[in-house]
Design a protein around this ligand. Structure first.
Ligand code: URP
Ligand code: ZN
Ligand code: ZN
Length: 472
């Protein structure tokens, strides 16, 4: 059999564990996995002494997002270069319909289709890895009627935010309930940002005084978001999933109590799954007491060490299905917009470049999870849930030839100044991490070589999907 490229002699992550094997690539696809593969004209990628993983999927990313009075500073060029360097070959962003400046016959909000077009334009000519979008329902009254058409257009995941009224994005229970019914009927899945808006708003109002801000600074972000702000909201969303039968995916789950709710719901047959993000696994809310503590503000915020431990436990026992990043990069200058008022901090952090290195170093090398579990959480599960499997998320004959080749031990010290992200700081600055991609291959093309990005902007492609959801 003739190949264009052979990845030789690596330990390949397969559904049966790590296996010493060669991978033959023809065009954009994996054509063979076996030992002693040969092809006279094939380019050889030496993977001896390395682990060959399916390219990771980061299914929670915001690039060039207008948010909190500014625009997040990683776009499709820097963001997808950062992703590639971290072994991520597929990302899913969130396409958000905004309120029109002037409501007219076309409605008060942009349509889902217009939002998809806007996000396509952001990616066009810039993306280095493959991508698609979750469609955000920001005005249920209008958007409910557009869901079926968007599924027909290849978008099978939708998103609702239980907070962010000030952005014009907030959904209520009626919207979640109705959308979940539509998810059930269209083989699609609803992603929910679960935080309890009314209680959160009243806690913020109680603390929003000059004296409190002077005394507590960025710590107020954690003080106004006790765990029940998240877990009450998760419980409510789970109820709507249970009574409708619609697939529900809790994004960026950060609390131990959230794990318990999801675990119990899953045991009762509710079609719900949960994602956490790398930052909730390796940082806790003590960072808000640091000099630059406001830099770490994201929603939901980092929680306590016991939540961190419970999330790792959730990855092992199964109620946490996916690890993503919620990348939403803001520079120091953007973060400085807070001027001492935590409610004005642009919320979010960089993350794409360090997803795999953090989970590999803190998870696999510290024996918190196995390498098979890491592959499930970064590759197989996100691909399956989001309707991209087996094209993505697996090293199987016929899958896209997407690979991250990592050295099992070699570490690189995180330094934002040497990274691809546009962030001028890193939440993980100074950490020595193994698991950066020595080589990243995306649809057969080498886009990272010897830890450096070599791929060209604009070669990433949009990924249409037919369905998505929690397997029943
Ligand atoms: O702080 C965050 N997470 N920023 C991005 C928006 C969101 O809630 O995911
Ligand atoms: Zn969110
Ligand atoms: Zn997000």
């Amino acid at each position: 059999m003739a190949f264009d490229k052979i990845v030789k002699g690596g330990s390949v992550a397969t559904p049966n564990g790590l296996v010493r094997a060669d991978i033959g690539i023809r065009g954009e696809k994996v054509a063979a996995i076996g030992s002693g593969l040969k092809s006279p004209d094939a380019e050889i990628v030496d993977a001896k002494g390395h682990i060959v993983l399916p390219g990771a999927l980061d299914v929670h990313v915001h690039l060039e997002l207008p948010f909190c009075g500014t625009v997040s500073s990683d776009d499709y060029r820097s963001g997808t270069r950062a992703a590639a360097r971290g072994g991520v070959t597929t990302l899913i962003d969130f396409a958000i319909p905004y309120k029109r400046k002037r409501a007219g016959r076309d409605g008060e909000y942009e349509t889902l289709s217009e939002a998809a077009d806007n996000w396509h334009a952001k990616a066009e000519g810039k993306a280095l890895i493959d991508y698609t979008f979750h469609m955000c329902i920001t005005n249920y009254a209008e958007h409910q009627h557009q869901i079926r058409d968007m599924v027909g257009r290849g978008f099978t995941t939708f998103k609702e935010f239980m907070i962010y009224a000030s952005e014009g994005w907030q959904s209520d229970d009626g919207a979640m309930y109705g959308t979940l019914e539509r998810m059930r009927d269209n083989d699609a899945m609803l992603l929910v940002h679960a935080e309890s808006a009314k209680v959160l708003d009243s806690l913020i109002a109680r603390h929003h005084t000059k004296a409190m801000m002077k005394k507590y600074g960025a710590r107020l972000h954690a003080m106004t978001r006790p765990n029940f702000v998240e877990f009450e909201a998760i419980q409510r969303a789970v109820t709507w999933s249970e009574v409708t039968g619609g697939s529900l995916y809790i994004v960026h789950m950060s609390t131990g109590e959230g794990c318990e709710i999801v675990k119990e719901a899953q045991a009762g047959g509710v079609p719900v799954v949960a994602e956490t993000c790398a930052q909730y696994l390796v940082l806790d809310d003590s960072v808000f007491g640091k000099k630059d503590g406001h830099l770490y503000a994201c929603c939901p915020q980092l929680k306590k060490p016991e939540d961190v431990d419970r999330l790792w436990e959730g990855l092992r026992s199964g109620e946490v299905s996916v690890v993503s990043t919620d990348t939403c990069t803001f520079t120091r200058r953007q973060k400085a917009m807070w001027k001492g008022d935590w409610t004005k901090i642009p919320m979010g952090m960089p993350g794409l470049e360090t997803l795999l290195p953090l989970v590999y170093t803190e998870g696999v090398l510290k024996n918190r999870i196995t390498i098979d579990q890491m592959v499930q959480k970064l590759c197989t599960n996100p691909a399956k849930l989001m309707g991209l499997y087996p094209r993505k998320g697996a090293l199987e004959v016929g899958s896209d030839a997407d690979m991250a080749i990592i050295h099992p031990k070699k570490t690189i010290k995180v330094d934002h100044a040497k990274m691809e992200t546009n962030a001028d700081w890193s939440p993980f600055q100074g950490r020595s991490l193994a698991g950066f991609a020595r080589t990243t291959i995306r649809r057969g093309e080498t886009i990272v070589d010897d830890y450096k990005v070599v791929g060209k902007a604009g070669t990433g492609t949009w990924l249409p999907r037919k369905s998505a959801g929690v397997p029943t």
